[in-house]
Structure formats: C-alpha cells, structure tokens
Design a protein around this ligand. Structure first.
Ligand code: C5P
Length: 251
C-alpha cells in the first residue's frame, strides 16, 4: 500500500512541511469528491474532514428548530448552535443525507455569516487534525468541499477539483439512492442537482470555482479506483518534487 511516509519519512515530511500536509478536494455535487477524499485519506493515513457536513448540520439544525434556512438571520442562528455542538462524528449521521437537508444546506451555505461562523472549525482542523488511532499526530489532512482550495486553505499543499458531466452525476446519485432503498428518478435528481449547482456556483460568498493552482480530474468516464489512482499520482508527483527540493537544499 502506498502511503505518503513511504516516499518521505515521517520526520522528513514534518521538517519539510512545518505542519500537517493539506490536500484540498473541491467539486460539485456527486462528482465523486467525497469518495475520493475518504479513500485518499485512508490510503495516506491522513485525517479526513467532509466540510459539507457542517452546512448539512446547520441545515438540519434549522429544520429541526423551525428556523427558515432561506432566512439569513435564522440560518446564522442555526450555524451558531451547530458550531457550539459540532464534533467530527457528525460525519457519520445518515439523516444529513436526505434530499431536503441537501437543498437546505445549499441555501444556508449562501449566507455569508453562516460561512464565517464555520470558518474557524475548518481552518483549525487543517492546522491541527489531532491524533490517529495509534495516538500519533496525523501527518496530513484531506478536506473536501466547495471552497477548501480557494477560501479555507488557500495555501493547501495540493488542490484537486473533481468534476463530471451533470447527467452522469445524476445517474450515479440515482443508483446510490436506489441502493439505499430510496425512490429516485433520473429527471428529478438531475433537476435537484442543477438547482444546487446553480446556487453553489452563483452565490456571492465563496462560490464553487476551480482554484488557479488546482489539478482538475474529470471523473465522467472513470470509476472510483481510477480517480483514486490519478489522485495518488498527483500526490506522488508532489512528494517526489518535495524530496528533490529537500536534497538540493542539503548541498
Ligand atoms: O458536499 P455536500 O453535498 O455534502 O455539501 C452540501 C452543501 O453544502 C453544498 O451543496 C454546498 O452548498 C455547501 N457546501 C459549501 N461549502 C463547502 C461544502 C459544502 O458551500 N465547503
């Protein structure tokens, strides 16, 4: 199994980076970025944060408390409640995946104050992702979302943008929903996905966009293993460059 520390020793990586290595993975709904980010983190032995969970958590908090996710004050209230109670284990909550929560998440996500309230949680995690199950500090972190490479971690060591054709993303989502025993039609899923894409790309604060220095992977004709292989090549390339730079520095 390839791990970052196979190429550079843990100490080398620590000396070189002066902190955890940050990999930002952004992209639209159902592009495969979440699957990639989780698998990449596992493969490299890095920490993982799904930043979308924060917005989903705010949306669910709003819906559970009778607050209107489209109202900026209500959304900010929900964000404060979420920020006070947030823990990484929220990533495991399946109720955050419901379609009404997805839509409400992209509504609260367009409120600047909500994004501001959630900024520190994300920045702090990138700086200090904590310890792995063996009690060692994580050498790196993989974070997925919409604005990780542009706003949350503009200095991320590696940025990737995962994209795919909307029809293909919708087909993948339908398959996912049906496999969970939920009802879904291609037409409805495509429509919902386009609404969310439009809202995420056109909002004033931190819209979904490709960072200038991001590697783009179009996953339209790739399966999850192929996307992972491309991402690992990008990480390998980065580490080989870093290792060469470190050697030159020693002369
Ligand atoms: O990635 P996911 O589909 O879970 O995100 C749910 C919603 O949260 C997105 O549609 C988007 O509006 C918002 N989001 C965001 N910025 C992020 C992550 C998610 O605006 N970094």
């Amino acid at each position: 199994m390839f791990r970052a520390i196979d190429l550079l020793s843990g100490d080398d990586l620590k000396n070189l980076l002066k902190g955890p290595m940050v990999i930002a993975i952004d992209g639209p709904t159902a592009s495969g970025k979440g699957t990639l980010a989780q698998r990449l983190a596992k493969r490299l032995g890095f920490a993982y944060m799904d930043t979308g969970v924060l917005y989903r958590g705010v949306a669910k908090t709003a819906l559970d408390n009778g607050l209107d996710p489209e109202n900026a004050d209500d959304a900010a209230k929900a964000a404060k409640i979420l920020a006070e109670n947030y823990s990484l284990s929220l990533q495991e909550d399946p109720s955050l995946r419901l379609e009404k929560v997805s839509q409400a998440a992209s509504q609260v996500a367009s409120v600047a104050e909500v994004r501001n309230i959630l900024l520190d949680i994300q920045k702090n995690f990138a700086k200090k992702p904590g310890k792995n199950k063996d009690g060692e500090n994580y050498l790196g972190v993989v974070m997925d979302g919409r604005d990780v490479g542009t706003v949350i971690c503009p200095d991320a060591h590696i940025k990737m943008y995962i994209d795919a054709d909307a029809e293909i993303r919708a087909a993948r989502r339908v398959e996912q929903l049906i496999s969970k025993g939920l009802e879904a039609t291609h037409e409805n899923v495509l429509k919902e996905l386009q609404i969310r894409d439009g809202r995420d790309s056109n909002r004033d604060t931190a819209p979904l966009e490709v960072a200038d220095d991001a590697f783009t992977i179009d996953s339209s004709s790739l399966n999850a293993n192929e996307v992972l292989a491309r991402a690992l090549d990008i990480v390998r390339g980065y580490l080989i460059g870093a290792q060469a730079a470190m050697k030159m520095h020693q002369y």
